[in-house]
Design a protein around this ligand. Structure first.
Ligand SMILES: [Zn+2]
Ligand SMILES: [Zn+2]
Length: 340
């Protein structure tokens, strides 16, 4: 079978390896579709993601759907042939955070396709992989494997909106109109936001955002003046840009909420904490997701949330390098997937 491995910066190889076997309570999965995320791009183009450095070959990929190929002893949740969304989150289930229902804060988290631990936790850009049955979310219906692979990013958007609080009747700003910006728009609509504005520095993502439900699309440079007045109840900073965070702090009303969703650069930032104080802004973090993964699978399987406009291309696993190149070009793509 084939597996993608990032050996170092700009060094992604598609290599042959053995098909693993499912032990008791485990499931052997055949990759359906795997979405390329910003963190995968960082590992490939920089050899690191923030402070997580590739120190041994890393199989990327944490957004995937699959088909059950075989099940180990005692598995009851899925059967061979089932179509599943795969949760990349292995929380321990025992620490205080897990027990209070915030598994994204788990003290012993293993997250797939990440170099945060050593040995690295290998990801899902490979033909076959083994997961615990708890990681598998079977679905019925005609939802495609490509759509199902959006469960992880959609869960990020749902969690961001959940962290921002109630949205009925509220005006919101989302800075960044890539995949996560777009799924945050979709989540904000589900939650009843009255108006949704989005900003980005590129035109294509802004057009995409309008297509999936943004009411106002603002170019962060050409229309910067529109973003200097305090006018939003809640702002979600999704792009990972410090300039965008400053925009959120300026554009949110007094007493508003700012949710940091994107990963900002690792360097110390000269942050205007006085805004937090004088405007009584609630500044909150949103990290991955918890129960929202379950919700995302349900919304996708009924198409209550239709992510099909976000899928820009699919490449076979052998052509992973081409897939990564297209995924990195935000003038040409939103979400790019590798498929089997
Ligand atoms: Zn991701
Ligand atoms: Zn835990």
């Amino acid at each position: 079978m084939l597996a993608c491995r990032i050996h170092a910066k700009d060094d992604l190889r598609v290599e042959h390896t053995d098909v693993p076997e499912a032990g008791p309570g485990e499931v052997l999965l055949k990759l359906g579709a795997g979405g390329i995320c910003g963190s995968d791009l960082h590992y490939y183009f920089e050899g690191k993601n923030g402070s997580f450095v590739v120190r041994e070959p890393l199989i990327p990929g944490h957004e995937a759907s699959a088909v059950v190929a075989a099940v180990g002893a005692g598995v009851t949740r899925v059967k061979p042939g089932d179509k599943v969304a795969v949760s990349p989150s292995h929380a321990c289930g025992r620490c205080d955070y897990c027990r209070e229902g915030r598994e994204q804060l788990c003290a012993n988290m293993k997250f797939l396709g990440s170099a945060s631990l050593f040995p690295h936790v290998q990801g899902m850009f490979r033909e076959y992989f083994v997961m615990g049955e708890r990681q598998c979310y079977p679905v019925d219906g005609d939802v495609s494997l490509g759509e199902l692979a959006f469960a992880e990013p959609l869960a990020v958007g749902l969690h961001a909106v959940n962290r921002g609080g109630e949205l009925l009747g509220k005006s919101v700003l989302i800075t960044g109109a890539g995949t996560i910006g777009c799924v945050t728009i979709m989540a904000a609509r589900l939650a009843g936001a009255q108006t949704i504005a989005v900003s980005d520095i590129l035109d294509r993502p802004l057009q995409q955002a309008t297509l999936v439900g943004a009411d106002v699309a603002l170019h962060a440079q050409r229309e910067a003046h529109s973003l200097t007045q305090p006018q939003f109840d809640v702002a979600y900073e999704v792009s990972g840009s410090f300039a965008a965070l400053k925009t959120c702090m300026a554009a949110v009303k007094r007493g508003g909420v700012v949710v940091q969703v994107g990963t900002l650069p690792h360097e110390p930032l000269p942050f205007v904490v006085n805004d937090v104080m004088a405007k009584e802004i609630d500044l909150r973090g949103a990290f991955r997701w918890g129960i929202e993964f379950d919700w995302a699978v349900a919304y996708l399987s009924t198409r209550r949330v239709d992510v099909r406009p976000l899928l820009s291309g699919q490449y076979s696993l052998q052509d992973a390098v081409a897939a990564f190149q297209l995924a990195a070009d935000k003038n040409r793509s939103t979400k790019v997937q590798v498929v089997c």
